[in-house]
Design a binder for this molecule. Structure first.
Ligand code: FES
Ligand code: FES
Length: 212
């Protein structure tokens, strides 16, 4: 059943994570970006994060975004990027901010099934569209085949780029690329991995392509 989530009131500004909890979770960065169930399930909105623009703020606009099958009613500065909206207002932090300039692919999400650099797109442009993040493509115990392949092929090191890599890889399954490894490299050229896990990423993608 469709869920509808209201934008929180601006009065709630208490931090959601204690410093201890933050440090504990930060210690799991890496593999956690791929297999931690907390990164695979839609998270509740963070009351502390809705301060970009709220009811009454000058210039704020209301919008309803459909993200991973859930509707989120938000009131935001119209200049808010889709990336900042996802991370700061909806608290889906699997989508990562790398360059914030469309150069690294860490922020890749799907809009109506097509991959998009969310740092280059405004949230307000996507009302009525189907937005999918890494939290929306698999569930704990039922990972997307591409997520499982990345784990099986050890296709990451620090994991910071991994969610964007997987979102691009899932999208390219429906794109008209050729069958060769070079085709995959070309298709994935917008997703940068500073750890250089490219051979394993290509192997993971080719495994899934071979089965699809
Ligand atoms: S953060 Fe969007 S492309 Fe780098
Ligand atoms: S795994 Fe570290 S940037 Fe890609």
């Amino acid at each position: 059943m469709k869920k509808s989530i209201e934008s929180p009131e601006p009065a709630s500004r208490e931090p959601r994570l204690s410093r201890r909890a933050f440090l504990a979770s930060a210690g799991t960065v890496g593999v956690a970006t791929v297999i931690n169930p907390n990164n695979l399930v839609a998270q509740p909105m963070n009351p502390a994060a809705a301060s970009v623009a709220t009811d009454g703020a000058e210039g704020a606009v209301s919008m309803t975004l459909r993200i991973n099958g859930n509707e989120h009613r938000l009131r935001l500065d119209p200049r808010t990027t889709l990336l900042d909206c996802l991370r700061e207002n909806v608290v889906l932090t699997g989508t990562k901010k790398g360059c914030d300039h469309g150069q690294c692919g860490a922020c890749t999400v799907h809009v109506n099934g097509r991959r998009v650099n969310s740092c280059l797109s405004l949230a307000v442009m996507h009302a009525g569209e189907e937005i999918t993040t890494i939290e929306g493509i698999g569930q704990p115990g039922a990972l997307h085949p591409m997520q499982s392949a990345f784990v099986a092929h050890d296709a990451y090191q620090c994991g910071y780029c991994t969610c964007g890599q997987i979102m691009s890889a899932v999208a390219l399954l429906k794109e008209p690329w050729g069958p060769k490894d070079d085709d995959v490299r070309e298709a994935m050229s917008g997703n940068i991995c500073r750890c250089g896990a490219y051979p394993n990423i290509v192997a993971a993608i080719q495994q899934v392509r071979g089965k699809s």
